[in-house]
Design a protein around this ligand. Sequence first.
Ligand code: ZN
Length: 671
Amino acid sequence: MNKEKERIKQEIEQLREEVLKHDLLYDAGKPIISDTEYDRLYAKLVELERRHPEFQTPDSPTQRIITKMVDGLEKVPHTEPMLSQEKAHTSDDLERFFEKVGKGEILVQQKLDGLTIVLKYQDGILRQAVTRGDGYIGEDVTHAIRNVKNLPAFIPFEGYLELRAEAIIPFEDFERINTDGRYRSPRNLVSGSVRTLSAKTARERGVLVFVFDVIHIEGIEGQTFEKDTERLNFIHTLGFPVVETEVFGPGERERLKMYCLDYSRKVRPGLPYMVDGLVLKIDDLARRAELGYTAKYPRWAVAFKFDSLDATTKLVDVVWTVGPSGQLTPNAVLEPVEIDGVTISRASLANIDNIRKRDIKIGDTVVVARANDVIPQVVSSIQELRTGEERDIEIPDVCPVCGGKVEVYGWRPVCVNPDCSAQKKRRLEVFVSRPGLNINGLGEKTIDTFYEAGLVREYTDIFELKYKKQEILALPGFSEKSVEKMLAGIEEAKKAPLSKLLFALSIPNCGEETAKRIARHFGSLDAMLSLDAEALRLKLLEIDDVGDIVADGVVTYFMDDKNRRAMEELLALGFEAKEVVQEVVRSAVTGKTFVITGALKSGSRNEVKKQIEAHGGKVAGSVSKSTDYLVMGGYDHRTGEGLNPTSSKSKKALELGIPIISEEQLLEMLG
Ligand SMILES: [Zn+2]
């Protein structure tokens, strides 16, 4: 064997060993690399074996599926083998799939990232639930699935029914349960919650089940199904939760392609549960039969995979940042790592309590996740990879910025130096920030520059800037025009409503929403300043959602002499500090309830939701009797193109006589 061949053989062997190791860790519920990283390793091995068939061996991990069964769960052979799907990652992969399947409608389903389950019903009752296992033999988990809260206890259908479904745990429940970081992702948690002898765990942990495929329907008289969507709709009418399904016509391949390519960026961040791809299937069942199967996959389906939302990297250091009230927050400094196209080098560690519970140390290999629209977070540390060089994360003895004394309240370290420059700077930043006074031409960066130049220390200094024009102009990046604009913005800020001012003052525990409620309740800053501690406290507690913590924060702030002086100075400067209860913008949307489906062009679902709410409308997650309109992304109301009458949401809307409107029609209603 020549040297080059020898090298390739070695590389293949190394890859096999590595893949095998990760398979075992994965089965133990302790994966140390993300799915995307694993897929890359696996793909590399497959490619090398394909190019060098002489090194193929039957014991390669590419040739078999390893799954460890849980002791005590009964093994059940599947009535039909559960094949996997061919994977697609790129636009080209999709084109190849379109070419292969030819004409016909394609249905698209969210590929939920959980545990696949087969459900068998007879006489209206769940008789058996079996995990996927190795695709041929699974485990009986009927006891766990029977208690899942979104599955109907009885269905109005007596015949035999066999369904495939995905069991998942929403992010919210995952965070509630995974306080010690034991689970890398909701998927690991769902597996541990269902594949257990306990009948209660799955329900307690919030496991939900969504049907995505119908395998058998027997005992249905005089009805045959020509399309998959017809079967899914039938199942849906029996009361089963069905995975979100959209249908794209044969003339919409380009739109379907864009839908897939945009989904991860546009829709995924707003979803309450983990989706790791989209599954595309030919809808017509006769056409499916024609296309048939390869040894491994059905030819009529493809799984368009997204990158994982987590990755493994090294925690290099922890830096503590100082908040406006002196609280110190730990932030992870990471070896840069890419997650779904974004390079991450910082992540939240929340607080020291969180760090201790999750046993995270500096030098650890950690799992970092971006999920559900939040900033990246360190989910867990991989203790198996420790070398002994790791260091504990300690609360600093002194403020990392001013060197002042740090006191720890519970698990909250606070810099108690009243002259801490970090706090002052942070308070000034909050003061001018968008949710604060939102001063035109004076952002957080500019206020930092002024602070460093010694131009501002206190809030009132901002209003003295008009006397320091020459000093400002001497700083880099300022022109006569920009300074004038900023000074006008500063004067304008005095008209800010009380709610904005309260937020701007960095009152502890008083966020944007709380500030609004308080401002509406009191009406003016004068009214608040005129009360003594007890009266202020009682009046605060009258407000919905204001409890002891918020009330204490506000009262302590208002009773502090320095703070009172600062507020009185602002009033003396001409601040109005009043709250006029505003009428919502009235439009055709006011008082109406909308459900949105499909990808929208004018913004993310969340942005559109905010717009509707600003007009006094509501957005609901599912179609019901109280829905007024179903907004369908991609639908053109003029041509009728893009209307998917068979998706579960539109079917429901049509059943209930709820109008389906296009995105354009919604925008018209918003005016
Ligand atoms: Zn400090």
